[in-house]
Design a protein around this ligand. Sequence first.
Ligand code: P6P
Length: 338
Amino acid sequence: VGSEKINVDIMTLTRFLTEEQTKHKEATGDFTLLCHALQFSFKQIAYYIRRASLINLGGLAGSSNTTGDDQKKLDVIGNDLFIAAMRSSGRVRILVSEEEEEAIVFDEHPHARYAVACDPIDGSSNLDAGVSVGTIFAVYRLAEGSRGSKEDLLLPGSEMVAAGFTMYGASAQLVMTMRGGPVNGYTMDNALGEFILTHPDMKIPKKRSIYSCNEGNSKYWDEPVLEWCNSLKQAEKPYSARYIGSMVADAYRTLLYGGIFAYPADKKSPKGKLRILYECAPMAMVFENAGGQAINSKMDRMLTVVPEHIHDRSGIFMGSYDEVQKVIDIHKKHGVGK
Ligand code: P6P
């Protein structure tokens, strides 16, 4: 070690959760235990993703999930790991997963007070190409007296008590926020097996000339979206296009650098492609708490949107405050939105 000064005051997710809990005298510790189960599932998924190509976990599992996507083996493993972690926490009553058609009610935990929605491996179609994929999660508290049903999740995203995602890139990056709280970024230290707080209180730049959308869909876009996208390309200083095709990777870059991510509803996907419960809403809370905006294709604030079904989809624009405002202003010109 020599003269190197060691930082002995490391903030880990585990320590952060413990300190948060002590701030709330009435806290039972249930949320803390739920978050420990969450971080354990991220560590396990990260392990399998790192080893995927080595132990031949790439490629299709031969089955397909609720939304008709070809299921990759890792999708199945990620889903199984996540369900097991939530079940064994004893703090989750009901779980919605992209990979499960029906909500899973944990009958063995009748008094658990939390509902969780997740996409265990979002972006998995990119797995074999070595592109960063991730787990997106949302946490709700059950209504008083609820016995745990999907209605406990069919709420506006503003009701979430916590939301975030873990991106499995060069290292596992966890971005997590609580209702009304800061957005904290943690980096997995594989030697310690801990998520280390490396990006406290993340704030997205107010504007940035980067746009992220799949222009291959532009043939199906509505007029306001076409006008918006063209305005960026024809700007005096044209925007840069960055699109990875894995939501957590596009979201993480947008959060760090600024800019806008868009997956509009269009003539091909009239309700949009991304799912409200475990993609749009959790991302919206992260972006709003980081000082940005997140809206749907009708220009509604994403966190006010209430899904009718657990796998409902939505169009989404999210990112720097001023960049999303440009979308709102152009849609207003076309009579869309308030
Ligand atoms: P497209 C991945 O399949 C995903 O659900 C998101 O992670 C990503 O943002 C989007 O779909 C990519 O969709 O149509 O551009 O391939």
